[in-house]
Design a protein. Sequence first.
Length: 156
Amino acid sequence: MTGKRTRMPFLGIAALLLALVAASAQGADGIVLVPSAHDVKATTDRLQKALTEKGVTIFARIDHAAAAKTIGQPLRPMEVLIFGNPKLGIPLIQKNAQLGLDLPIRVLVYQGENGKTYLAYTDPAFLAKRFGVTEPASVIEQMTSMLKSFTAAAAK
């Protein structure tokens, strides 16, 4: 009986911590965080390779840390990959031109203060809601699924 009583508060605290971690994985701002097992460059390379192999267009790769060095400023490793598929993005932009602010998709790969690498992107469902675009729903679902798949592959 005593063992059960001591475990119950622990289990409640553990459940609360898991809920907080899950909430940080996708915050109210629509940002999805995916921890990576690799450094920033390797993670970005893996993401770019996975996208290229599936025929996704890479529009740009931006190295923020390299840019910071050019002005003599420090910055932890941080790169942005901008990519997309016009067949998916254009139908959404046709519904609301302001979606062009967030499309094509961007994934930020960065080293956190804790030294770990993360991939961060805006959830397409959040973007659709933000801009009041609910159709074509299949496009939003496909973008969401693809981002989860590509970021998970890059993070492994």
